[in-house]
Design a protein around this ligand. Structure first.
Ligand code: HAM
Length: 415
């Protein structure tokens, strides 16, 4: 028997109301802030991700679904949404539009992660990117979108973690300070962190291993080593978040798992923390578009996993609107009645009323059981006598009241 591939899942009809609910909230929040939708292909040239997400990140080192196509090109299923949006921005000359260009997307993301609750090998992300402006107002706007989005969904037990990791000017200085600090602890670091110390120093700070975590707690803070411009930017952002009444916690260990970030980084966590808890995250990436061959173009964005949102909606017991169920089931007995049923179903649908006929010559009792289990509002019953009389029985399933009515009047009546 085939099973869905490990780390992937089917979204069955029972789950769909959650997805529609989240999608509606995404459409609403994007409209409110003036973000327009963009869709990019499921796969891209592998180089796009190794170049932008970062050669020494977990994503590029261990998690990409990479394959050669029949022409020998190395392609990769999208392991995150930001690089493709930047590629599209450059490719389609979006710098010619009024800046910043504000875009959002909903798309499947593929990462060869270790599957567990809230962590999948295919998951869906909602992301937004504001490209072409370095103003901290935009940082505040993107964080505001993230915050209001969760709130609009009814998620209240969340916290915002904030940090600034500086820019090309001040980061190297900070990294030297950080390396000096870690030099005193090399023999206590986990195997991954020993490599990070050389290849990706900043990520020493967010190692999940308890022993490394302890060392990171007392490490020098990037926010204390910012250049004047980055410091001003970070202070303004905090001031704007105050104006927007968005509470935040400074987290000097927050550096994010992707290499392109500059200055602002942030994450939204559920209050009750677990290993796979991050609901969403983002930050500024002022150098990325230039690194991909575009003009120097500052940008900031955010993305969140929809499955994790749904897990938290369930955990917090948020009530989800139930979609309308089917309105009418037409039950019948005999071939002549079946023909009336087929015509009536067509007429109801044409009038915009959802309707099904039963199939397979079941007893009327079995057909009524089906009407109950489908939760329809009305059943129409056409027996042999009714066919002869040109009538049908209309049953209101809510109160079991029945009336006999001319078949020709049913569509109008149900409308
Ligand atoms: P990320 O933090 O790698 O950022 O992913 C964003 C969100 O996707 C996470 O916070 C989490 O909710 C969800 N997520 C990640 N991996 C998985 C997984 N294996 N299973 C389920 N959910 C997952 C980015 O991808 C950046 N592109 C965000 C960004 C946009 N930065 C700037 N603009």
């Amino acid at each position: 028997m085939y099973q869905a591939v490990r780390g992937t899942m089917d979204i069955l009809p029972e789950e769909q109301p959650y997805w529609r609910y989240v999608e509606q909230a995404i459409a609403d929040i994007s409209r409110l802030y003036g973000y327009r939708r963009i869709d990019t292909p499921i796969f891209e040239d592998t180089g796009l991700f190794s170049r932008s997400t970062g050669e020494y990140t977990d994503i590029v080192q261990k998690e990409m679904y990479t394959f050669d196509d029949r022409g020998g090109n190395s392609l990769t299923l999208k392991p995150e949404g930001t690089p493709p949006v930047c590629r599209a921005y450059i490719q389609h000359g979006l710098h010619n539009l009024p800046q910043p260009v504000k875009l959002y997307y909903i798309c499947p993301i593929f990462r060869y992660d270790r599957p567990q609750a809230g962590r999948y090998r295919q998951h869906y992300q909602f992301g937004c990117e504001a490209i072409g402006d370095a103003d901290p107002t935009l940082d505040a706007e993107v964080i505001d979108i993230a915050w209001r989005f969760y709130k609009s969904l009814g998620l209240n037990k969340i916290s915002l973690q904030l940090n600034s990791i500086g820019c090309r000017q001040c980061r190297p200085v900070y990294l030297t300070v950080l390396k000096d600090y870690y030099a005193g602890y090399t023999d206590q670091l986990c195997a991954d962190c020993k490599i990070r110390l050389e290849k990706n120093t900043l990520r020493l700070l967010d190692c999940k291993q308890a022993s490394c975590r302890k060392i990171a707690e007392s490490a020098p803070k990037s926010a204390d080593h910012l250049c004047t411009e980055c410091d001003e930017h970070f202070k303004k952002l905090q001031q704007y978040l105050g104006l927007l009444k968005i509470p935040f916690e400074m987290n000097h260990r927050l550096v994010r798992g992707l290499d392109y970030y500059t200055r602002t980084v942030f994450e939204i966590q559920p209050e009750e923390e677990g290993t796979q808890s991050t609901l969403g995250g983002g930050g500024r990436y002022d150098d990325l578009i230039e690194e991909l061959g575009g003009k120097p173009t500052p940008a900031i964005g955010f993305a969140c996993g929809i499955e994790r949102i749904i897990l938290n909606l369930k955990k917090e017991g948020v009530a989800i609107p139930v979609p309308d169920s089917l309105r009418v089931l037409i039950a019948y007995r005999g071939d002549a009645a079946r023909e009336e049923a087929i015509k009536l179903a067509a007429g109801l649908r044409q009038a915009g009323i959802s309707a099904v006929t039963t199939t397979g010559g079941k007893s009327l009792k079995a057909q009524m059981r089906q009407a109950n289990s489908l939760n329809v509002r009305y059943a129409v019953i056409i027996g042999e006598d009714e066919v002869k009389a040109g009538t049908a029985v209309l049953r209101d399933m809510a109160d079991a009241r029945q009336e006999t009515i001319a078949i020709g009047q049913l569509v109008e009546r149900l409308r």
